[in-house]
Design a protein around this ligand. Structure first.
Ligand SMILES: [Fe+2]
Length: 202
């Protein structure tokens, strides 16, 4: 398996190496996440490792609302991606799923997050949480897999996602908040193309 480092720095390389080792030596996602937890907390607590470009919103993004999904690193077999998600003040993501386990945490700004579950084809709001920098959670589908985040701070919010798929490039789902209907959804990344789309210049 090869790795594509868009942000190639010692901190990202060390983090990704630790993640891959945790996955390789764990019995399953829950155990791997426990091992990754302290490393992920360190990443969220370090103010310097993420360059300004990966904290910037993106006017023409697949998520809409100026929301930028910036790839930092991914595995070329689609088994892992590390990216930042930048949500401008007042913007919110569609209700969406991820279809992979991993860790998601807030790096800058504040967010309100709503977590949904599907019951008999309908969306049900199961939890609402207010996130501050350093907050993170382990996501193991189907638990916590469907959510929507909205920035509540005057500054853009930046969250860091480590997930075990190529999240920006896989087809997942966006959900209609009223009907609960699922629609095919692919967010893309602002800064790299997916295999079957033309190369972007952003
Ligand atoms: Fe998400």
């Amino acid at each position: 398996m090869g790795l594509e480092f868009v942000l190639d720095s010692p901190i990202v390389r060390t983090f990704v190496a630790d993640v891959l080792e945790a996955i390789a030596t764990s019995a399953g996602p829950a155990q791997a996440c426990e091992t990754i937890r302290p490393r992920f907390a360190d990443l969220l607590a370090d103010p310097d490792w993420l360059p300004a470009v990966y904290r910037a919103p993106a006017p023409e993004s697949g998520m809409g609302g100026g929301i930028g999904q910036w790839l930092l690193c991914r595995a070329d077999d689609g088994s892992m991606s590390l990216f930042s998600l930048v949500v401008p003040p007042g913007s919110q993501t569609p209700i969406h799923d991820h279809l992979a386990w991993g860790l998601v945490g807030l790096y800058r700004g504040t967010q309100d997050e709503e977590i949904y579950t599907r019951r008999d084809g309908e969306l049900e709001l199961v939890e609402r949480r207010a996130l501050v920098p350093g907050d993170f959670y382990v996501l193991i589908p189907p638990r916590d897999d469907i959510h929507r985040v909205r920035t509540t701070s005057a500054e853009t919010s930046v969250s860091i996602h480590l997930l075990t798929n190529d999240t920006g490039c896989v087809w997942r789902h966006a959900y209609d908040p009223v009907s609960g209907e699922a629609a095919p959804f692919r967010s893309g990344y602002v800064n790299v193309a997916c295999d079957d789309e033309p190369t972007t210049t952003a």
